[in-house]
Design a protein around this ligand. Structure first.
Ligand code: GDP
Ligand code: MG
Length: 360
């Protein structure tokens, strides 16, 4: 048990010895110990089990006839140095007018691009740490995973890990086979490595889309965007824009303007002036900006926005929702703050207990 708890801690989950963990988390631990986990329930049973708690909160009382397509939300995962950051940059630049490129300095944790008149939202926090941490906190924000694999290096330990995360989250996976410009690139070799992992490329008769790209030379970027839109089409990626907003905190910090939070609207539309509760913080949305710093009055589903007006800095992975009144928002935020304080104390006690056991 101590080894299991250590692995959990390593992944940012402070679990006590008798705590229940969900399948995804358990799968992660199993992987760390070199096991290939398999969920016992068949996937159909999971569907029948009904909506998850998160889904219930995001879509509570939703009339299915009001759901409309929304942009897919994509996360980029992969081994260190295989080109995640470069790829996210290349995608972002593809969509920005040349004279604007110099102005992209701001990073808000997520951005949106438009391709052939359709939008795609990218989480701009590459690496699976941020993704894992958010998921460990129950946040579920992504629809599609792009797994970056360098064509010279091939499948590496973190490629497998990233794949395990994407699978545990049941995300459709698109492979971006990067660095094809390198003379040392060995595409055939990587293709067969992928096939061994169960990601059989379409060219090999499988159903995994593998897009050959060079993030550095910006080759294949549009093919990748096209592949994302293609996969998105096969999924029910929908929300109701005509209701108060609900979503997740992607990132938060304090700057000279006070607490600044990047929120991803997942259902409903967030409007300037709305009163929101975000985790244990609350406030009126005083101003909203898109990922290029342009002011916004409204943010429909799948839009990442930078929001000013919160009382404090929420945590990444916190849910946010529009409240009915400032008073209701404040009360809810204060109750949560007190509950978190209590949980921190409980955790500290169980950690101290753990250290004692480890030393014993
Ligand atoms: P990350 O750790 O996955 O975010 O990887 P980075 O985006 O930081 O890239 C790691 C290194 O690989 C950097 O030196 C990049 O310039 C380089 N790189 C990324 N993409 C390509 C590519 O398509 N071709 C080549 N030749 N180098 C690349
Ligand atoms: Mg990086």
């Amino acid at each position: 048990p101590i080894d299991v708890i250590k692995v959990l801690m390593h992944n940012g989950i402070m679990a006590s010895i008798n705590q229940r963990i969900d399948y995804e988390t358990a799968a992660l631990v199993a992987h760390e110990f070199g096991f290939e986990p398999r969920e016992q329930r068949p996937p159909e049973a999971v569907e029948e089990e009904g909506p998850s708690l998160l889904w219930q909160r995001l879509y509570a009382g939703e009339d299915p006839s009001k759901l409309k397509p929304r942009p897919p939300v994509v996360v980029v995962l992969g081994h260190v140095d295989h080109g995640k950051t470069t790829l996210l940059d290349a995608i972002r630049r593809t969509n920005v007018a040349a004279q604007e490129v110099g102005q992209i300095t701001q990073r808000i944790g997520a951005y949106q691009v438009e391709y052939n008149g359709r939008k795609i939202t990218f989480l701009d926090t590459p690496g699976h740490e941020a993704f894992t941490q958010m998921r460990a906190r129950g946040a579920q924000v992504t629809d599609i995973a792009v797994l970056v694999v360098a064509a010279d290096d091939g499948v590496m330990p973190q490629t497998r890990e990233a794949l395990a995360h994407a699978r545990a989250a049941r995300l459709p996976i698109i492979v971006a086979l990067n660095k094809i410009d390198k003379p040392t690139a060995n595409i055939e070799r990587v293709m067969s490595q992928l096939a061994e992992l169960g990601l059989v490329p379409q060219e090999y008769g499988g159903d995994t889309i593998v897009v050959k790209v060079s993030a550095k030379q910006r080759i294949g970027i549009e093919d990748l965007l096209e592949a994302i839109l293609l996969v998105a089409e096969t999924r029910e990626i929908k929300a109701n824009p005509d209701r108060p907003a609900v979503g997740t905190v992607i990132d938060a910090r304090v700057d000279r303007r006070g607490p600044v939070a990047t929120l991803l609207v997942q259902n409903g539309t967030l409007k300037q002036g709305d009163i929101i509760v975000a985790g244990a913080t609350y406030g009126r949305v005083r101003a909203m900006f898109d990922d290029r710093g342009r002011p916004l009055k409204k943010a429909p589903p799948s839009t990442p926005v930078e929001v000013l007006g919160l009382s404090d800095v929420p945590e990444a992975g916190d849910l946010f929702e529009v409240a009915e009144s400032e008073r209701q928002a404040r009360e809810l935020a204060e109750r949560r703050a007190a509950e978190r304080q209590r949980q921190r104390q409980v955790r500290r006690m169980s950690l101290e207990d753990l250290y004692r056991r480890m030393q014993a």
